[in-house]
Write a protein that binds this ligand. Structure first.
Ligand code: SF4
Length: 273
């Protein structure tokens, strides 16, 4: 299906945006752009994501001790430094080099902790299993299902015990245990798309918290799938013109829609959301 047609359906990033703020879904579907300012935090996100794609290669080259993993991660960091401006050529055009260097320095400070946590995971599960959990089979594949009325482009999918599973690469903080609710919904949405695209059941997936080098398994529950469908139909309603209720959320403090976001909810929205 051509990409232009895929836009008719909700996509998984809109589901994630809905969980952050339903009104942002409304405005972004009405020719307003969410400002994607290249902040130092955004650059860190880019660097960590590219680093994480290479963690499995670093582990494969390393012996199981922390120092060896640390050395290999530093090599990955050098690879990312060389490739980042080639991969994100549009976003990083005209960015002062010093800003990029500062973000690289911040990420470098995390490498010691990433090596420790990956080394712990290898001690617990073994090198082969750790690699299997995070080695991308494909990066950023376009997944679509007419039946689900959903499209998604996950950061990566993996091949694990004859199955294709979702791998979510997250660059923010990690919870003490398990995964954040948003990450659970994201994994479930991608799992459902994989089932439709590959014709096989998907019962679990993995979230890789790149900043910490932590890999968490997620078992997908029926309730997660229910939530995906519920949020998708709310996103559909918003795209069809329902302005959702305005809620004060963390994102309000830096949202560029603030000047638009003044009206109260519609009476229909109050019944739907
Ligand atoms: S100002 Fe707050 S409620 Fe309004 S769109 Fe932005 S984040 Fe959402």
């Amino acid at each position: 299906m051509p990409l232009i047609d895929l836009k008719l359906h909700a996509n998984v990033s809109e589901l994630m945006l809905y969980m952050k703020c339903p009104r942002q879904v409304y405005y972004t579907n009405r020719d307003h752009e969410l400002a994607a300012e290249i902040t130092p935090e955004y650059l860190e996100h880019m660097i960590l994501k590219e680093m994480a794609i290479g963690y499995s290669d670093a582990i494969e080259r390393a012996s199981i001790d922390r120092v060896s993993i640390l050395d290999e991660l530093n090599i990955e960091m050098e690879r990312v430094k060389g490739e980042l401006e080639l991969i994100y050529s549009t976003e990083l055009r005209n960015l002062p080099h010093r800003v990029l260097e500062t973000a690289e320095e911040v990420v470098s400070e995390h490498i010691g902790m990433i090596a420790s946590n990956l080394s712990e995971t290898i001690s617990k599960y073994g090198k082969e299993e750790t690699i299997r959990r995070i080695r991308p089979y494909r990066t950023e594949p376009v997944l679509h299902s007419d039946k689900l009325k959903l499209t998604g482009i996950p950061s990566a999918i993996i091949q694990y015990e004859e199955k294709i599973l979702p791998l979510s690469i997250r660059t923010g903080k990690y919870p003490d245990s398990g995964v954040w609710r948003n990450d659970r919904i994201h994994i479930a949405a991608i799992a459902m798309l994989l089932e439709e695209n590959y014709g096989d059941s998907v019962e679990h997936g993995f979230v890789q918290y790149a900043r910490h080098g932590s890999i968490r398994e997620v078992k997908i529950r029926p309730e997660d799938r229910r939530q995906v469908l519920k949020i998708r139909s709310r996103v559909d309603s918003i795209k069809n013109g329902i302005l959702p209720e305005r809620k004060e959320v963390t994102a309000c403090s830096y949202c560029n829609f603030m000047h638009l976001c003044t009206t109260a909810r519609s009476s229909l929205a109050s019944r739907l959301f």
